[in-house]
Design a binder for this molecule. Structure first.
Ligand code: PLP
Length: 360
């Protein structure tokens, strides 16, 4: 198997049950699907988007009540992460690991010195020692960047806003904090967007990809209070980085269906929590170790069965795709990540594991 850096790639296969991407198991809300259809029918793809994204930005500001900082729409969270790396160009990037690795290639290309702060694995969770982290950050040089994914992918663990903010304040004179909140809405956490005194060195990344199960639309945003950095980020992003269908449909849905979409998010959090508990219990019942998660995926450990074998067997026997987690820094080939899907799919995965690896 080639190195896996993202889920959702099936090498040309169709009709697979995909546990490798972490989307909302409730799917896309009807309000957004309708908005996409309406925008398409109106012929938005035959037009350029507004290169300043004025109305789109206003709709995001009002949906999340963000009146104090800058909102910068991006082509998914991925573009947001890259744009911040480009704009800040830190000498050192400290990454809280194991985590999503979107930054790795760009850091190499930009000559950024990549450092890792590994969370410790304890029974069924990954723990971050904030005092230890602060000590590591104090050793960094000036103009460093810390990447903190919260909730974290692939562990599913969460950190408190208080810990993140205390670190930000502690290192205000030397480091920026990039907080990737791609999964915050599906976990029911509030995140940092509405923190009253968000420090100037914090940059928040959000995405509509996971929340509304729309990986193909490619839209998210950056939020920060630092005007100078915001200007730099905006000038780095290419013109028309959001396509006009994404621009129009998100703007329309957020503006006309604010209440319904907030209700959808609340309903998703509840349903994901229920499905996650049910799924975790099933996975444990066949002998797997399951890490505590606050969001819509689970990290599992299957000692004795290499992830490549598990992946290949599930694909061959049941057309099920999972995400081998061995490519995450700090994990080895006995870890995999599975998204939380509906009850029927989740049971199918567990039955298939049982079938392939009897007596696990
Ligand atoms: C933590 C995290 N951040 C960002 C992304 C990328 O999100 P997007 O598809 O919005 O670019 C992912 C996708 O898996 C992710 O897991």
């Amino acid at each position: 198997m080639n190195e896996v850096v993202h889920g959702g790639y099936y090498g040309g296969l169709t009709d697979v049950i995909d546990f490798s991407v972490n989307l909302n198991p409730l799917g896309t809300p009807g309000e957004l699907t309708n908005a996409i259809k309406t925008c398409f029918k109106e012929g938005v793809l035959q037009k350029y988007p507004d290169y300043r994204y004025t109305e789109l930005t206003s709709s995001i500001i009002s949906f999340y009540d963000l009146h104090q900082g800058d909102v910068i729409p991006t082509n998914g969270a991925s573009e947001g992460i890259n744009a911040v790396l480009f704009a800040i160009r830190p000498k050192e990037l400290l990454v809280i690991e194991p985590t999503y690795g979107n930054h790795v290639y760009l850091s190499k290309a930009l000559g950024i010195n990549l450092k890792h702060f590994l969370m410790s694995e304890e029974t069924s969770r990954f723990i971050l020692d904030i005092h230890d982290l602060i000590r590591s950050v104090k050793k960094l040089g000036k103009k460093s960047l810390i990447l903190w994914t919260n909730p974290n992918n692939p562990t599913g663990a969460s950190s408190s806003s208080d810990d993140i903010l205390s670190l930000a304040l502690e290192v205000q004179d030397k480091a920026y904090l990039l907080v990737d909140e791609a999964y915050v809405e599906l976990s029911g956490m509030t995140g940092l967007l509405n923190v009253d005194e968000l420090p100037n060195n914090v940059v928040v990344i959000r995405s509509f990809t996971k929340t509304f199960s729309l990986p193909g639309l490619r839209i998210g945003f950056i939020y920060l209070r630092n005007k100078e950095e915001a200007l730099k980020i905006k000038s780095i992003l290419p013109s028309w980085n959001i396509n006009s269908l994404a621009e129009c449909s998100i703007k329309r849905a957020l503006s006309y269906h604010e209440k319904e979409l907030h209700t959808f998010i609340r309903r998703s959090v509840k349903e994901i929590a229920r499905l996650r508990t049910e799924f975790a219990d099933l996975l444990k019942s066949v002998g797997l170790k399951v890490f505590n998660s606050v969001t819509n995926f689970l990290l599992i450990k299957h000692e004795g069965i290499p992830t490549e074998l598990l992946h290949n067997e599930l694909l061959k026997k049941c057309r099920i795709f999972i995400r081998p987690a061995s490519t995450f820094y700090g994990l080895n080939s006995y870890y995999s990540r599975v998204s939380v899907r509906n009850t029927a799919d989740n049971s199918l995965l567990v039955k298939c594991i049982e079938r392939c690896f009897k007596g696990l």
